[in-house]
Design a protein around this ligand. Structure first.
Ligand SMILES: O=C(O)C1=C[C@@H](OP(=O)(O)O)[C@@H](O)[C@H](O)C1
Ligand SMILES: C=C(OP(=O)(O)O)C(=O)O
Length: 405
């Protein structure tokens, strides 16, 4: 599906409820499979959560998780520790290029029976679930925090719990903290100090209902829309001031663009007043890689220079996001320099119109570029990719008077 998008209105206002965080939802689904008396509210309606839920329900045979990185990593640990199960976990063409060796090596050292079906180090994986007895494992933590979270999620179900010693510079740390906080909220004891994580063994949990906060990465697109508008008042729910999601740093970052966030009950209101913005943005996004595309495109729309660092994980996500950003921002006339972990956008004074944006099977390419339609009409190719994290995205943009057809 190709969509033409435009929104010449300069003053925007809307009230929206955003779906639950896919990161929180996917952690809670794994926990619920291990401890069935956990109930979940405001579960994400994203494809990534739907595939994880279906995989847990199926529990055997060939399991296809499409593009869902967290589902791939969390299910690998879950099935490896599930005695008696036999599964093949596979995914999209891109998933077969996303590395998983560090997690598989750690699980194998814990006694897991996991084989690579095709290429060593990459999905698909053939897993025969076994009781894992080893209670301490080392794991390189500078490639993806999802490997760490995957082990933490099964830790409490192991006979002696699990100690994880992290090696290398830890990346995407807020996602590790999110996992710990969710475990603790459910009643599992654990700690994360320096490079050591410990999760206590837990047989049974008290019944509890855990509410998923709405997705802050999804909120990023509305921050961008507010920043690009002359004036905006966008109310989003359900969000909390003390969030488990690292991407809630958006509220601070977007102050540079003149967007103020106020918290009221379970909603946030993003307010942009005319005439307030920075001339240059410099951010280290090691802790919040998923908002890199959003911030880069906000800067492109506003003709602002932008230097983003800490982006070493972007090359192994849904696509090589650094290269994809360079390609697509370049089509508007922008000069973009990239290295392995950094993106530098030079101020772009005039934007080409009616550019066709490739989305590379990456939901965040489609959603990050959409706010540019406030400046020039654009076309987004394969626009349905948004369903990976935010199936209602285009519908919600229409609520903001975007012409989407
Ligand atoms: O644990 C999670 O829910 C996630 C962790 C991050 O991945 P990395 O740790 O691979 O950077 C993030 O990019 C991804 O969207 C979700
Ligand atoms: C990187 C992402 O997801 P995953 O790694 O879970 O596929 C994302 O949603 O931006």
């Amino acid at each position: 599906m190709t969509l033409s998008i435009h929104n010449p209105n300069k003053d925007l206002a809307v009230n929206l409820k955003i779906t639950g965080s896919k990161s929180e939802s996917n952690r809670l689904l794994i926990l619920q499979a291990l401890y069935p008396n956990i109930s979940i509210e405001n579960l994400s309606n994203s494809d990534d959560t739907v595939v994880l839920k279906k995989a847990l329900e199926k529990g055997e045979g060939v399991i296809d998780i499409h593009h869902a990185g967290t589902a791939m990593r969390f299910l690998t640990a879950y099935f490896a520790a599930k005695e008696g199960c036999e599964v093949e976990i596979t995914g999209s063409k891109r998933m077969k290029e996303r590395p998983i060796r560090l997690l598989v090596d750690a699980l194998q050292r814990m006694g897991a029976d996991i084989q690579y079906k095709n290429e060593s180090g990459y999905p698909p994986l053939l897993i025969k679930g076994k009781k894992l007895h080893v209670d301490s494992v080392k794991l390189q933590a500078n490639v993806s925090s999802q490997y760490v979270s995957a082990l933490m999620l099964i830790g409490a179900s192991l006979p002696k719990g699990l100690e994880i010693i992290l090696e290398g510079q830890i990346t995407s740390t807020p996602y590790i903290l999110m996992t710990l906080e969710i475990l603790q909220h459910a009643g599992i004891k654990g700690e994360f100090k320096d490079d050591r994580i410990y999760i206590e063994p837990t047989n049974k949990l008290e019944s509890s209902t855990i509410e998923v906060e709405s997705d802050w990465s999804s909120a990023s697109y509305f921050y961008s829309i507010a920043a690009i508008a002359d004036t905006a008042e966008i109310k989003l729910s359900n969000y909390r001031k003390t969030s488990r999601q690292g991407d809630s740093c958006l509220a601070e970052i977007y102050k540079h663009f003149g967007v103020q966030t106020s918290f009221d009950g379970n909603s946030i209101t993003l307010k942009k007043q005319a005439g307030t913005r920075s001339v240059r943005i410099c951010e280290d996004l090691r802790n919040s890689p998923d908002i890199a595309q959003t911030i880069a495109v906000t800067c492109l729309a506003l003709g602002i220079e932008c230097k983003l660092d800490g982006l070493h994980t972007l090359k192994i996500k849904e696509t090589d996001r650094l290269q994809a950003l360079k390609n697509e921002m370049g089509k508007f006339g922008a000069e973009v320099k990239i290295t392995d972990d950094c993106l530098h956008l030079l101020p772009c004074k005039s934007l080409k119109e009616n550019v066709e944006i490739e989305t590379y099977n990456d939901h965040r390419m489609a959603m990050a570029f959409a706010p540019l339609a406030q400046k020039v009409p654009i076309r987004v190719l394969d626009a349905d990719v948004v369903s990976k994290s935010y199936p209602d995205f285009w519908k919600d943009l229409k609520e903001l008077d975007f012409l989407v057809q």
